[in-house]
Design a protein around this ligand. Structure first.
Ligand code: ZN
Length: 275
């Protein structure tokens, strides 16, 4: 961990609680936060005291997505924009975006995301790898990356989470879906009042933690393996390459990896999405 803890971790009654803590930036993910988060997932996975892992967020919003401000991008020193930026970006995103998400999905313990407020673009990449998602009634979800000239975020679970038609609608329109709609589509397990979110999530985690750890691990593996046999992981890896083609197109046209830094994301990052 660095002196600034962008991710917090505690263990309570066999439950490992990971908390995003970059509140001022609405938990926008810079490289530093992602590295801290991955290290925390690893710690929770390896800690024998931890039987269930909860991922939650401090502040008014779960996550504004990737931090693509100039200051955040300065951390990403492995991309040489004057030489082969497409190749460098591909390697960077394969490791820190698709790679991390895949690793978190396969942690052999039940995981629960507790989501409130806005969860935008790469915010979805933090919750989709989790086994269960419990949403506060003020939660709303969006992937507006198409408006930046790319087909969607790096972890293309949209079609699996929403079904083909809704996935297309959400991608084409950059619209938000609210928590009840997300529940109806099967993207979230349960919607609860915001004030009850912590208690509801902890109650579910405590109930799961009573079960034998190996039974839980095998139940999780059974569902994930079934999805993988249906093509889940292969499809995500195939679409990741299309995402990189989108970056390549933007770089060829403008010299930058995206066409536009969206106003919606700026608003959530700067004023909590009130406007
Ligand atoms: Zn990307």
């Amino acid at each position: 961990m660095t002196s600034e803890d962008k991710v917090l971790f505690e263990v309570r009654d066999n439950i490992g609680i990971i908390t995003l803590n970059r509140v001022k930036q609405r938990n926008a993910q810079d490289l530093d936060l992602l590295k801290q988060l991955d290290a925390t997932w690893t710690r929770a996975a390896e800690d024998k005291q931890v039987k269930v892992i909860v991922l939650k967020a401090n502040g008014p919003h779960f996550s504004a997505g990737h931090d693509i401000t100039d200051q955040a991008m300065d951390q990403v020193t492995c991309i040489d924009w004057d030489k082969e930026p497409v190749a460098d970006l591909y390697a960077y995103e394969a490791e820190h975006f698709l790679g991390y998400c895949t690793k978190w999905r396969n942690v052999p313990k039940p995981t629960i995301a507790a989501v409130h407020g806005a969860c935008i673009a790469a915010g979805l990449m933090l919750i989709w790898p989790c086994d269960l998602i419990i949403a506060a009634d003020n939660a709303r979800f969006s992937d507006p990356v198409v408006a930046m000239g790319i087909g969607g975020v790096e972890y293309h679970a949209h079609t699996w989470e929403f079904g083909a038609r809704k996935a297309k609608e959400i991608l084409f329109t950059s619209s938000f879906i609210d928590a009840p709609t997300a529940e109806q589509l099967g993207m979230v397990n349960k919607v609860v009042p915001l004030d009850d979110l912590d208690a509801e999530v902890m109650a579910m985690a405590e109930a799961i933690a009573q079960k034998p750890a190996f039974g839980l691990a095998m139940a999780k593996r059974a569902v994930n393996r079934t999805q993988d046999i249906q093509g889940y992981q292969n499809s995500l890896e195939a679409v990741f390459d299309m995402h990189q083609l989108g970056h390549g197109n933007c770089i060829a046209a403008t010299g930058k990896p995206i066409f536009a830094y969206l106003d919606e994301m700026k608003k959530v990052t700067k004023d909590g999405g009130k406007s």
